[in-house]
Design a binder for this molecule. Structure first.
Ligand code: HAM
Length: 433
């Protein structure tokens, strides 16, 4: 019987969750500041959406999709990424006519059947943004500014952004020819995947990680040298905007990205903390995607990053700088209880304190005081109160501050106690009520 974890899938345990929340909150806050609205799409879509949208020859479609037939024999796929789904939603809701300009953000689990390693899993979690309906190069710069701003908020340094333009569909045809000319004499010395890619799509050779192929890739022509006038002007304008906004980037003439829908601007934000899977996030323009899905010609640009990788980098960063990092929420109060009267008064006090916005817990197994105290210590609670028969009768008890050991005599009225536990609290809870 197989009941363990499926290969490449992971639990996010309670002690990890604080790091995830830190990252998720930062994404939500950046989206608020840049005015991107949240969209949530289903995890399952028709297979064709991805096979057509992302491209049959890409690794994602050719080797990595979780595809299955449902009970009505529809071919469905667990989403391997978010962009195609968002373009589908754009058309599903008729935004091309009602509201053609959209700034959207999203997050959630994605699935790719890849070889698991550090920073690469089969279920991973992306955050991403997409802007639909504008070709303006200032949008390219805003999308990149969003990515940099997010990383700055999280205190991440030592990142670098690779930038390139792969031009329009016609430019890419010219570039493919140039790549074929370049690789042809070396094909015998290259890996079998690259020999296949040479025929199917020589751009994909540039993604190859095989040692033996690298010298030929390093010498390959760059895409930006094969741009038509419009695309070259667009790329110049993107760089001018990035310079104006003071955003750093390095031109990488051989950055092409692994999905077929890209046009013009492509970029990746890199971190050396990630080892070989060093792309923290990646994105670019996809000006032909909506049309390919049956809609009107509509430009689009966005990026997505893996939360999983972001959390790894955040944790590495916090090792170097102790002021950074996630702090788990501390329990406000632990209530230890003695005897029937203590337990009956204690449990109702716990419930009334929770209604006042205080986080409170107790030993649900009704064990001896020694065991309750040890649980109180492990819970990380800031305060402890012990309620026995006397405390229940007098409605007064000693409130112990766990860090200092200090004790104060307090009344057990929930509102009063709440004010004591969280003085000047402005967390939105209602303990003044
Ligand atoms: P992608 O480069 O395939 O692009 O993935 C974006 C990011 O998702 C990667 O940089 C990485 O952080 C994370 N990622 C991808 N695969 C895995 C994996 N197996 N395990 C862990 N993390 C992973 C896209 O998905 C495009 N939709 C991005 C985009 C949005 N382009 C335009 N708009």
């Amino acid at each position: 019987m197989k009941t363990g974890l499926v290969r490449g899938m992971f639990d996010i345990l309670p002690e990890e969750a604080a790091w995830w929340r830190l990252a998720e909150d930062a994404v939500r806050d950046a989206a608020r500041r840049y005015n991107y609205r949240e969209i949530r799409t289903p995890i399952v879509e028709h297979t064709e959406l991805f096979s057509r949208g992302i491209g049959e020859a890409t690794d994602v479609v050719a080797k990595e999709m979780y595809t299955f037939a449902d009970r009505s024999d529809r071919s469905l796929t667990l989403r391997p990424e978010g962009t195609a789904s968002i373009c589908r939603a754009y058309l599903t809701h008729g935004w091309q006519t009602s509201e053609p300009f959209q700034k959207l953000y999203y997050g959630g689990p994605m699935f790719r059947y890849e070889k698991p390693q550090k920073g690469r899993t089969r279920q991973f979690h992306q955050y991403g943004i997409e802007v639909l309906g504008s070709l303006d190069p200032s949008v390219d710069a805003e999308v990149i500014a969003f990515a940099w701003s997010l990383m700055r908020d999280l205190g991440l340094k030592d990142l670098y952004l690779r930038l390139n333009s792969i031009g329009c569909a016609e430019d890419r045809e010219v570039y493919r020819t140039a790549l074929r000319q370049h690789f042809e004499p070396s094909l015998e010395a290259m890996c079998s995947d690259c020999r296949r890619r040479y025929d199917e799509n020589p751009l994909r050779i540039l993604d190859c990680k095989e040692e033996r192929c690298q010298p030929f890739i390093d010498e390959a022509p760059g895409s930006a040298d094969h741009l038509c006038e419009d695309c070259a002007t667009h790329f110049d304008a993107v760089r001018t905007w990035l310079d104006r906004l003071g955003l750093s980037y390095q031109i990488d003439p051989r950055l092409v990205r692994g999905l077929d829908y890209y046009t013009r601007t492509v970029f990746e934000l890199m971190s050396d903390d990630l080892g070989s899977q060093n792309t923290l996030l990646g994105g670019g323009r996809y000006d032909g995607l909506i049309e390919m899905l049956g809609g009107p010609s509509t430009p689009g640009i966005g990026f997505a990053g893996g939360y999983d990788r972001l959390v790894i980098v955040l944790q590495e960063n916090a090792k170097r700088d102790a002021t950074l990092g996630a702090t788990a929420d501390r329990l406000d109060l632990f209530v230890a209880m003695l005897g029937d009267d203590g337990r009956s008064f204690g449990i109702s006090l716990v419930e009334r304190l929770r209604a006042q916005g205080i986080s409170v817990d107790f030993d649900h197994r009704g064990r001896a005081l020694r065991k309750q105290m040890s649980l109180a210590n492990r819970s990380g609670a800031q305060y402890l109160v012990v309620i026995g028969e006397d405390e229940a009768a007098t409605q007064r008890a000693k409130l112990k501050t766990m860090d200092s050991g200090e004790e104060a005599d307090v009344g057990l009225d929930p509102a009063e106690l709440a004010r004591h536990l969280r003085p000047g609290c402005n967390c939105g809870c209602n303990h003044e009520a």
